[in-house]
Design a protein around this ligand. Structure first.
Ligand code: GLU
Length: 444
C-alpha cells in the first residue's frame, strides 16, 4: 500500500468521529500524492505524514460564567496547537454552538498550510468554544471571554501561540480577552491579533480577509485575460469576511448581488448596499430581514439559495460545507467561471471536484482567505517593533502577499503537471515549507 493510503487509513481509524477533520486531511493528502511518491522512502522513515496529521497538543477546558439572570452557565473551551515548525502557533478562536474538537482540529490543520502559504513565520493553531454569542448581552459576552481567557492564558504568549478572531469572535471579544490576559499575566504583549486600534491593533486587519480574497481573485482573473470590471459576483455570508469582500469587489467594478446569514439570504439585483449591510450586521447585530426591510431592491428568502443566482464569480464566505454538489452543478450550468473560498472549507470534496472537472477556476480557502492571518502576522510585526504602519502600507503588503500566493500555488501545480489545479498547488506549496522545517528540526 502507498504511504499516503496507509496514513489516510490510520488517520481515519484514529479520528472516526471527526468528519470535518478527516475531510480536511483527505483533501491535503490526496493532492500531496505526487510529492510524497517522489520522497516516499524518506518520508515514511521519518513518519512525516503521521506527525503532520497529529496536533502538537489539544487543550480542552471548562468555561463557567454567570448570565444576566444570575444563572451559572458552562461551556467547553478548546485550543489545538497543531504545528509550530515555522513559527508560533497562530489561528483564530471560533465561538459557535457547532464547535467541537473535530471542527477545531480541521481548522487547525488547514491553518498550518495556510500560514505557510503567507510566507510569514507563523505556525498553525485554532481554538474556540461552543458558546453562542448570538442574543447575549455585552456583559454576558464579557463574562464568557474573561472566563475563557482565565484558562487559555496559561498556554499562549506573543512568542508561543497568538489567537485571533474567527466566526463569533470580533473586535469586542478580542478586547475583553486581551484585557483579561493583561490582568492575569501582568504583561502587555501582542498575544492576540485583531485588537482595537488604540491598543496595538493593525490598520486594515478588519478588512484583510475580504480584501485579500478579492486581490487573489483579481490576479486569477488577470492571469486568464479577464478583469473584475462588470462581473456579477455571488457572495454567501454576512460576517467580517463577506462584508469586506463585497466592498472590495464593488471597488473593483464588480456587482455583488447576494449575501446570506444563518436564517436566510438576500438577492439584491441592484448590488448589495455595503453601508446598510454593515449597519445591520456590525452595529445592530441583527438579521438580514432588517436589510431587506430597509432596501426596496432587495428580496429576502428563508433558508439557503445564493448559488442558484447566475454569476461570473462565486465567493463562499460563510462557513464549512456550505457549497454542495448540487450547488456546484447549478453554478456550472449558469456559466460561473471562478470560485474562490473566503471561508474555511466551504466547498465539499465532491463539489470541488465537479467544479474543477468542469473548467471552473477554483481557489481553496487556505490560499484565498490567507489575507486575514497574513495581516495578523503584520500586526505581530508592528507589536514587536512597537510601531504602527499606515493603512496604505499594510494594504499594499497584503496585496503583494496575495499576488505571491497566487503565483506560488500556480507554479507548484505546474511543477507537478497539474496546471490549473490550485487546490493541489496550495497544498503542495504549503506543505513543502512545513515539511522542510520539520525535517531540519529532527524528531519532534
Ligand atoms: N480565523 C482566521 C483564519 O481562519 C484568522 C486567523 C488569524 O488571524 O490568526 O485564518
Amino acid at each position: 500500500m502507498s504511504y499516503v493510503d496507509e496514513v489516510l487509513e490510520r488517520v481515519k481509524a484514529k479520528n472516526a468521529s471527526e468528519p470535518e477533520f478527516l475531510q480536511a486531511v483527505e483533501e491535503v493528502l490526496e493532492s500531496l500524492r505526487p510529492v510524497i511518491e517522489a520522497n516516499e522512502e524518506k518520508y515514511r522513515k521519518e513518519a512525516l505524514l503521521e506527525r503532520i496529521t497529529e496536533p502538537d497538543r489539544q487543550l480542552k477546558f471548562r468555561v463557567p460564567w454567570v448570565d444576566d439572570k444570575g444563572q451559572v452557565q458552562v461551556n467547553t473551551g478548546y485550543r489545538v496547537q497543531f504545528n509550530n515548525s515555522i513559527g508560533p502557533y497562530k489561528g483564530g478562536l471560533r465561538l459557535h454552538p457547532s464547535v467541537n474538537i473535530g471542527i477545531i482540529k480541521f481548522l487547525g490543520f488547514e491553518q498550518v498550510f495556510k500560514n505557510s502559504l503567507t510566507g510569514l513565520p507563523i505556525g498553525g493553531g485554532k481554538g474556540g468554544s461552543d458558546f453562542d454569542p448570538k442574543g447575549k448581552s455585552d456583559r454576558e459576552v464579557m463574562a464568557f471571554c474573561q472566563s475563557f481567557m482565565t484558562e487559555l492564558c496559561k498556554y499562549i504568549g506573543a512568542d508561543v501561540d497568538v489567537p485571533a478572531g474567527d466566526i463569533g469572535t470580533g473586535a469586542r471579544e478580542i478586547g475583553y480577552m486581551f484585557g483579561q490576559y493583561k490582568r492575569i499575566r501582568g504583561m502587555y504583549e501582542g498575544v492576540l491579533t485583531g485588537k482595537g486600534l488604540t491598543y496595538g491593533g493593525s490598520l486594515a486587519r478588519t478588512e484583510a480577509t475580504g480584501y485579500g480574497l478579492l486581490y487573489i481573485t483579481e490576479e486569477l482573473m488577470k492571469c486568464h485575460g479577464e478583469s473584475m470590471e462588470g462581473k456579477t459576483v455571488v457572495v454567501s455570508g454576512a460576517g467580517n469576511v463577506a462584508i469586506y469582500a463585497i466592498q472590495k469587489a464593488q471597488q473593483m467594478g464588480a456587482k455583488v448581488v447576494t449575501c446570506s446569514d444563518s436564517t436566510g439570504w438576500i438577492y439584491d439585483p441592484e448590488g448589495i448596499d455595503v453601508a446598510l449591510l454593515k449597519e445591520v450586521k456590525e452595529v445592530k447585530r441583527a438579521r438580514l430581514t432588517e436589510y431587506a426591510a430597509a432596501r426596496k431592491s432587495a428580496e429576502y428568502h428563508e433558508g439557503r439559495g445564493v448559488w442558484q443566482i447566475k454569476c461570473d464569480i462565486a465567493l463562499p464566505c460563510a462557513t464549512q460545507n456550505e457549497l454542495l454538489i448540487d450547488d456546484a452543478k447549478q453554478l456550472v450550468a449558469n456559466g460561473c467561471k471562478a470560485v474562490c473560498e473566503g471561508a474555511n472549507m466551504p466547498t465539499t470534496l465532491d463539489a470541488t471536484k465537479y467544479l474543477q472537472d468542469n473548467g471552473v477556476w477554483f481557489i481553496c480557502g487556505k490560499a484565498s482567505n490567507a489575507g486575514g492571518v497574513a495581516t495578523s502576522a503584520l500586526e505581530m510585526s508592528q507589536n514587536s517593533e512597537r510601531l504602527s504602519w499606515t493603512f496604505e502600507e499594510v494594504d499594499a503588503k497584503l496585496k503583494q502577499i496575495m499576488v505571491n500566493i497566487y503565483h506560488n500555488i500556480d507554479d507548484a501545480a505546474k511543477r507537478y503537471n497539474m496546471e490549473g489545479n490550485y487546490v493541489a498547488g496550495a497544498n503542495i506549496a504549503g506543505f513543502e515549507k512545513v515539511a522542510e522545517a520539520m525535517l531540519a528540526q529532527g524528531v519532534c
